[in-house]
Design a protein around this ligand. Structure first.
Ligand SMILES: Cc1cc2nc3c(=O)[nH]c(=O)nc-3n(C[C@H](O)[C@H](O)[C@H](O)COP(=O)(O)O)c2cc1C
Length: 161
C-alpha cells in the first residue's frame, strides 16, 4: 500500500508534522512518499495525506493548487486532510480559524483534522511579525505530538484493516 504525504508549509512547522506522520506510517509497514505539494506525485499512490499550514484562515497556495490539479485522483482513494494552525494556550474555536469550507466533503476525505501549530517569531517576515503582535497572538510551539501520532495511527489502522 503506497501512501503519498503531501504538504504545504511556509515556516517549516507543517513540514515537520508531515515528516513525522510519514515516519510513523512507514514504521507501520506502509510504503510512504513524503513531498512538498508542488513536487508531489499522485501516480502510483493508493492513499494520500495532505497537510497545510493555515494563514488568514486558508490553506497555503501549493496545497490548494495540488488539490485542484488532482481532485479526481484524490477522490478515488482514501484521503486524509490535516490543517495545522491554532496556536496559544486557549485558541479561538476552530471555526473561527480555519475556513476551508466543504473541501473535505468534496474530496470524500476520511477525516479532516485541525492540529495546533507553531509560530517562531524569528522566522516571520516584517509584516507577519507586525500582524501577530497587533492580534496579540501567543507565539510558541503548540504542536501536540501525541495527538499527531494518534492521527497517523488512525490512518495506518484504516489502511491496514
Ligand atoms: C501571519 C500569520 C497568520 C496566521 N493565520 C492563522 C489562521 O488564520 N488560522 C490558524 O489557525 N492559524 C494561523 N496562523 C498560525 C499558523 O498556521 C501556524 O503557525 C502554523 O504552524 C504555520 O505552519 P508552517 O510553519 O508550516 O507555515 C497564522 C500564523 C501567521 C504567522
Amino acid at each position: 500500500m503506497a501512501v503519498l504525504v503531501a504538504y504545504a508549509s511556509k515556516h517549516g512547522s507543517t513540514e515537520e508534522i508531515a515528516s513525522f506522520v510519514a515516519d510513523r506510517l512507514t514504521s507501520r509497514g506502509l510504503e510512504v512518499a513524503c513531498a512538498e505539494a508542488s513536487e508531489a506525485v499522485v501516480d502510483g499512490a493508493d492513499a494520500a495525506v495532505i497537510l497545510s499550514g493555515v494563514y488568514a484562515g486558508r490553506w497555503l497556495g501549493p496545497a490548494t493548487l495540488f488539490i485542484r490539479e488532482h481532485a479526481d485522483e484524490l477522490r478515488s482513494m482514501p484521503l486524509w486532510l490535516i490543517s495545522s494552525g491554532p496556536v496559544g494556550e486557549d485558541p479561538p474555536p476552530v471555526e473561527e480559524l480555519v475556513h476551508i469550507g466543504d473541501l473535505p466533503e468534496q474530496l470524500g476525505a476520511v477525516e479532516h483534522w485541525v492540529v495546533a501549530g507553531r509560530i517562531d517569531a524569528d522566522l516571520l517576515g516584517f509584516a507577519e511579525r507586525a500582524l501577530v503582535r497587533a492580534l496579540k497572538v501567543e507565539v510558541g510551539d503548540y504542536r501536540d505530538w501525541d495527538e499527531i501520532s494518534a492521527c497517523a495511527d488512525a490512518i495506518a489502522d484504516h489502511l491496514r484493516s
